[in-house]
Design a protein around this ligand. Structure first.
Ligand SMILES: N[C@@H](CCC(=O)N[C@@H](CS)C(=O)NCC(=O)O)C(=O)O
Length: 270
């Protein structure tokens, strides 16, 4: 049995936080889920699974209105909501299903804690661990604006205000990362990769999705926020590139970014 079971739509850079950490520190994960659209016909539960055709046709008391990133209704069991009160994915569970862990940063922290001393991903002492937390907290603040922006681009709700909030969030987050890597540091905290670096890579990959919406942004006369990021934040973006190529990161980041680049090239050509 795996040390942790994760349920999420896939691919999802938020779950890479856990899968990358798990590769580095030898924790075993079971990841369940399917493409975003398919999750509407799954039972959201510790024992998550596709609904049968009969279950799909007869909505029961597990049907709940979707709130973020999904529309219509989702089928979440009472046990799922007891373990995961905000009802979001990704979610992780202890092997007995009793403890739910929500928020992708916390799922990643769970992986590091399960590893014990196997790898100091969460810092080797209280001060370093707290500094890692500092980066995870600012990452979540950035992720909030980033999520609102990306979801608005997926639908029809993108406004100049949402774009301006995302632009400011990107600027603040990347400026801090740039400063943390000055003058020529190799990692955000200490001398080894930590959860802070892993989270940073996942959030930047997620944000990269904006570039597939260049045309929509152009129609609204709004700039692509991440255009020119390499020139504005050279240390931060080089850090992202360098980490993405490492063996623990590449299996997740490589295929996702390759597909995204192909989507972007197609969108630009059309
Ligand atoms: N900050 C959260 C974001 C999780 C989140 O917002 N998940 C959305 C999908 S993008 C969700 O599960 N929505 C379920 C619903 O609408 O009921 C994390 O990093 O895990």
């Amino acid at each position: 049995m795996a040390d942790l079971r994760i349920f999420s739509y896939q691919p999802n850079p938020r779950i890479w936080k856990a899968t990358i950490a798990a590769r580095l520190c030898g924790v075993s994960l079971e990841v369940r889920g399917a493409r975003p659209r398919e999750l509407a016909s799954w039972l959201w539960d510790f024992d998550a699974r596709p609904l049968t055709e009969a279950e799909r046709q007869s909505p029961d008391d597990t049907a709940r209105a979707a709130r973020t990133g999904f529309s219509g209704s989702l089928r979440k069991t009472d046990a799922f909501l007891t373990a995961n009160p905000f009802g979001t994915v990704p979610v992780a569970f202890s092997p007995d299903g009793r403890t739910g862990i929500f928020e992708s940063n916390s799922i990643m922290r769970a992986v590091a804690r399960l590893a014990g001393d196997a790898h100091p991903l969460y810092g080797a002492d209280a001060y370093t661990a707290a500094r890692v937390d500092s980066f995870l907290d600012v990452s979540l603040v950035f992720a909030r604006d980033s999520q609102i922006y990306l979801l608005a681009m997926n639908g029809d709700g993108l406004t100049a205000e949402i774009h301006a909030s995302a632009e400011k969030a990107f600027e603040i987050y990347l400026s801090g990362i740039e400063q943390a890597l000055a003058p020529d540091r190799h990692f955000l905290v200490g001398d080894e990769v930590t959860l802070a670096d892993i989270c940073f890579v996942a959030e930047i990959c997620l944000f990269s999705r904006e570039r597939a919406n260049r045309e929509r942004l152009r129609d609204l006369d709004l700039p692509v926020i991440s255009d020119g990021a390499e020139a504005r934040f050279p240390r931060a973006m080089a850090h992202h590139q360098r980490l993405s190529a490492l063996p623990a990161f590449a299996p997740d980041v490589g295929p996702y970014m390759a597909k995204l680049e192909a989507d972007i090239a197609r969108a630009d050509a059309g």
